[in-house]
Design a protein around this ligand. Structure first.
Ligand code: SAH
Length: 220
């Protein structure tokens, strides 16, 4: 089904972007991408007019789309340049995936819930976002097929610890952005300056609240 993108939607999106700028998001590339991608297309049509508020919303399978301000912050920290290979853990609605595509990334994204995977993969394709979508446990990274290592890795669910497999699939010189913690998470940016752990640099960017990163694949 083709969803509309009306002047009303575009106006609300402009306001959302101005609010993000006022909150300190300074990356023009990120702000442009967020002005271009219609967030309401990734939500149930009943939520159309809420899509540009800075809030998380239900997307089914007990999951939520992240706040626009969280997507903006993670995208800015990730610092994607066109052509980079980007791995996303937690496809969910596909909104963050679309932003990464808009930033020029070659995007690989993993979702553990079949219900979301089955809905989001065709949605992204129909909207012209060329991300490769996989059903699997992103804690392990992308194991079945070897597209790595990646320039950038973004985790969009709360992780109890830094997944070793993900660090192994990150290029030297690469960046991973990951919310770390159980009830609440601290936003961590890890720069992998070398293979050995003492060369991983960690920076922290405030506290967030994400749905948890869970083990295994959920087929129901
Ligand atoms: N980026 C998404 C965020 C969705 S919420 C969006 O903008 O809509 C986080 C998502 O991570 C959920 O869809 C959840 O099912 C998924 N997830 C949780 N643990 C996972 C894992 N181990 N592997 C892959 N996806 C996971």
């Amino acid at each position: 089904m083709i969803r509309q993108d009306t002047f009303k939607h575009k106006g609300l999106r402009k306001q959302m972007v101005e609010a993000l700028r006022a909150k300190g998001i300074g990356s023009d590339a990120v702000l442009r991408a967020m002005e271009e991608v219609p967030r309401h297309w990734f939500l149930d049509s009943a939520l159309d007019m809420l899509a540009y508020d800075d809030r998380a919303l239900k997307i089914g399978c007990e999951q939520t789309i992240s706040h626009p301000s969280t997507v903006a912050m993670q995208s800015q920290l990730l610092d994607v340049s066109p052509g980079m290979k980007v791995l996303e853990i937690g496809t969910g609605s596909g909104y963050q995936t679309a932003i990464l595509c808009r930033l020029g990334g070659r995007v690989f994204t993993i979702e553990r819930q079949k219900g979301l995977f089955d809905r989001t993969r065709p949605l992204l394709a129909s909207l012209g976002y060329h991300a490769r979508c996989f059903l699997g446990d992103g804690y392990q990274g992308l194991q079945e097929v070897n597209y790595g290592p990646y320039d950038r890795i973004i985790v969009t669910c709360g992780a109890r610890e830094i997944p070793e497999a993900l660090m192994a699939q990150l290029k030297v010189g690469g960046i991973m952005v990951i919310p770390l913690g159980e009830q609440q998470q601290e936003m961590l940016r890890i720069t992998k300056a070398g293979e050995s752990r003492d060369l991983w640099r960690e920076e922290r960017f405030g506290v967030y609240s994400f749905v948890p990163m869970l083990d295994g694949r959920q087929m129901a």
